[in-house]
Design a protein around this ligand. Structure first.
Ligand code: TNX
Length: 543
């Protein structure tokens, strides 16, 4: 009797452990290689994180903050490994940039990587191995916090894995952007592309041109239901709906994103989709007629920056100088899409420019415009990205193309030796419907359910190896004409982002819709715990 009591007392810390099977493991994106072993590692309030560099402290918080909230434990972070009961980061220079290796046994967890991105992704995997309650926003009791013993080797298929948020058509607060960054990292995505400028609002403080945000960030109302060319804010009238980010806020956002290995790429549209800027500074257009910031979608957009005037380029260079000071990203996105060039046809300055530069038509004038901006951007050590229209009239020599009108532009750019990011409307437009249209919130159009996103492949079959190597990866775009709230934004992003993440991270061979649809059931439970307003409809509807 005595022996049994002693045994019971000495074992009281370690609760009954679970026998894990493959079916218990539901990681998205699916790791490249995973071998399940017998036994498990149990966390308790004495578990410690072992780091070797101060910056790793920030990385640890993706899991330690969860334990704080859900288990009420403040887990220690130390530099020397104890005998047992720890999660250790081990630097291994031989591993590729974002790769990680993870080994779990009953004594400890070891994550090897060459840098913080790999450590982060190792922890994000660990997080998905833990009971879903790790995502709880309040204390939960009676949970055995354990993960199976296993070995994982994992690395991304593509290096560019992005999401674009349109913060112009509707404005979203910095806190939502930070939340989105956390969720990107959770799914091992690494780029947040911010569409900071469009007709309906200029969203970034530029100190040299204060009217961009004093005037350009505000419009009459939040509605965006008129697609008939009506402008609802008349020139000079100050709007009530809108908002913008100060430079301080954006610097803070960028620093936060870095702790989650997310690169923030700013997009400053040109020459079109800039009515907000022209409302602030009418001299930027060819005719200089005062305009207001539109609420609805004005189409076609005729008020574009004048390509004939020198002051347009001076303005844009000054704007980009401030932008580059905020965003350390090596990329600056300059838009370039959907420019209706009727004003250029009529403008004497533009005609003169075409003559002196030997340009045959207005497409070549846009090409001149973008090439000139590229020279400036390159001179500052940065690289230019543009929508696939930048191919028209001749692409700028170093440009990276974001292919949105299908994959055609991307294929053409890769043939010409340019880098490509694929964001085809067919698979990657999250403003499209994802379920039965009569039951879904109003969308701009299109139909892109979860199963369709899951078939995305940024490399097109006809590409040869050299061309395929120019495909950096893919990105989902969430245009926000119809999206006024963070709830709605989440609804459009999730669960589709999970499918996108797997197409960009996991091996092509491992892609399996049935298997994915089982794993996503577990992810849904995690989303519930995380308070994400995801669309179940996206999953119910099959192709
Ligand atoms: C086209 S995609 C646009 C956006 C709109 C979107 C609506 C692209 C580069 N330009 O300005 O929001 O269609 O789906």
């Amino acid at each position: 009797g005595m022996i049994l009591i002693i045994l019971m007392v000495s074992c009281q810390d370690s609760k009954q452990s679970k026998v894990f099977t493959e079916a218990d493991i539901a990681i998205i994106p699916k790791p490249v290689e995973l071998t399940l072993e017998q036994g498990s590692f149990q966390f308790n309030d004495k578990t410690q994180f072992v780091i070797s560099e101060a910056s790793q402290k920030e990385v640890v918080t993706v899991v330690s903050d969860k334990f704080q909230t859900a288990a009420g434990w403040t887990l220690g972070v130390v530099e020397q490994a104890p005998n047992t009961n720890f999660v250790q980061f081990i630097t291994d220079e031989n591993l590729e940039d974002e790769a990680y290796h993870m080994n779990v046994n009953s004594d400890r967890v070891q994550i090897s990587a060459s840098g913080n991105a790999g450590f982060l992704y190792g922890l994000e995997t660990l997080r998905q191995l833990l009971p879903i309650h790790i995502e709880s926003s309040k204390l939960v009791s009676d949970i055995v916090w354990e993960i199976p013993n296993l070995t994982i080797n994992d690395h991304p298929r593509y290096r560019y894995r992005g999401l674009m948020l349109d913060v112009s058509r509707h404005f979203f607060e910095i806190d939502y952007l930070k939340k989105t960054i956390d969720r990107l990292a959770f799914l091992k995505m690494n780029v947040l592309h911010l569409h900071l400028v469009d007709d309906q609002g200029w969203r970034i403080e530029i100190k040299k041109y204060p009217k961009l945000t004093e005037v350009g960030a505000w419009r009459v109302d939040q509605e965006d239901k008129h697609w008939d060319g009506r402008e609802e804010t008349t020139a000079g009238q100050k709007g009530t709906y809108g908002g913008f980010y100060t430079q301080e806020e954006l610097k803070d956002l960028v620093a936060y994103a870095a702790t989650r290995s997310v690169e923030v790429i700013p997009e400053i549209e040109m020459p079109a989709h800039v009515t907000s800027a022209i409302a602030a500074y009418p001299e930027l257009s060819c005719h200089e007629r005062p305009v207001g910031v539109p609420s609805g979608g004005v189409w076609p957009i005729t008020d574009i920056y004048c390509a004939g005037k020198e002051n347009t380029f001076e303005f844009l260079e000054n704007v980009l100088l401030e932008v580059m000071d905020i965003f350390p990203s090596k990329y600056i996105h300059v838009g370039g899409d959907e420019a209706t060039k009727t004003n250029w046809e009529k403008c004497p300055d533009c005609q003169k420019r075409m003559k002196t530069e030997g340009l045959e038509n207005v497409e070549e004038l846009q090409s001149y415009f973008i090439k000139r901006m590229e020279r400036f951007i390159n001179s500052k050590g940065k690289r230019l990205i543009g929508w696939d229209e930048i191919l028209e009239g001749g692409i700028a020599p170093e440009a990276t193309v974001m292919s949105w009108r299908g994959t055609k532009g991307g294929v053409e750019a890769a043939e010409q030796g340019h880098d490509v990011i694929m964001t085809p409307g067919s698979h990657a437009y999250f403003d499209h419907y994802q379920g039965p249209q009569n039951e879904e919130p109003l969308a701009w159009g299109g139909y892109t359910p979860l199963s369709k996103v899951y078939t995305f492949d940024p490399v097109v079959e006809t590409m040869n190896e050299t061309e395929a190597n120019h495909v950096l990866g893919g990105q989902a775009n969430l245009w926000s004409e119809q999206i006024k709230t963070t709830d709605h934004s989440e609804y459009m992003i999730f669960p589709r982002l999970a499918a996108l993440s797997e197409t960009l991270w996991s091996t092509k061979e491992s892609r399996d819709w049935d298997d994915f649809s089982h794993r996503i059931e577990t992810l849904f439970k995690r989303f519930d715990m995380m308070g994400i307003n995801y669309a179940k409809s996206s999953y119910l509807v099959m192709e």
